[in-house]
Design a protein around this ligand. Structure first.
Ligand SMILES: [Fe+2]
Length: 248
């Protein structure tokens, strides 16, 4: 997985030269470079695959490398950005049930964010988890000290075809703890979170309700593939920021 084990790819070397030539010295430089690389991601398919067109794929590989290299000094950053997957031991069944009921009661408040994803802020039970020292401690155990900024977004997917195209997250969600609250109505095929490692094939992250994936979401491309008919999901994204790096 490291650079020592494989020859450095052309795309990796090109992205490194690009970033070096940009002479990034300020947060403004950093985010201009990030936005430049992000533009390329519009060429990616929504179904979790990579482009078949070789020119498009080369452009996307350079963008993936560039986004990753902009954050290369982070603790524990791997090719796919995933830090941990599991059910947090502090999230009791009762607490999860409170969160599930709260999300249901707040469904009418959610607005359509994009591609059939509806979003609203958390209520009391979600905020309690966002502000908990247990969740913060879990995140800090992998990434080190965090800034004081944090945010929770409750995400609703209720209809066939709802999805999130390949993207990287905003600066509020550098580290994303993505908790599945509810997932029903699927058969053998279902909507999945996909992470796109720099060199390899896209990787599905399969989670059950109560489980979360902790990953570096602003520098590793990821997507949610389209929901099937009758499928329904409730998800919470908790966003955190590592200290001692550029932020908006
Ligand atoms: Fe995201």
């Amino acid at each position: 997985m490291g650079d020592m084990a494989h020859p450095v790819s052309r795309e990796r070397a090109l992205a490194a030269k690009l970033i070096e030539s940009l002479g990034i010295a300020t947060a403004g430089d950093h985010f201009a470079a990030k936005e430049f690389f992000e533009l390329t991601l519009a060429a990616m398919p929504a179904d979790g695959s990579l482009p078949t067109d070789s020119a498009q794929l080369t452009g996307i590989r350079v963008a993936q490398e560039g986004l990753h290299q902009l954050r290369k000094h982070r603790r524990g950053l791997t090719e796919d950005g995933v830090l941990w997957i599991g059910r947090p031991d502090f999230l009791s069944d009762d607490w999860l049930q409170d969160i599930r009921e709260e999300l249901e009661s707040r469904r009418p408040l959610a607005f359509e964010h994009r591609m059939g994803q509806f979003l609203c802020a958390g209520g009391e039970a979600v905020t309690r988890l966002l502000e908990s020292k247990e969740l913060r401690g879990l995140v800090e155990s992998f990434v080190g000290p965090l800034t004081s900024k944090r945010q929770a977004s409750c995400l609703y997917y209720d209809r066939e075809g709802a999805c999130i195209r390949p993207h990287v997250d905003t600066d509020l969600f550098c580290v994303n703890a993505n908790l599945i609250v509810e997932h029903t109505g699927y058969t053998e095929r279902r909507s999945q979170l996909i992470v796109y490692p720099q060199g390899g094939q896209p990787r599905p992250v399969v989670l059950s309700p109560g489980e979360l994936v902790l990953f570096y979401a602003d520098c590793v491309v990821h997507a949610r593939t389209p929901l099937m008919a009758c499928e329904r999901m409730r998800v919470i994204s908790f966003g955190f920021q590592p200290e001692n790096e550029f932020h908006k």
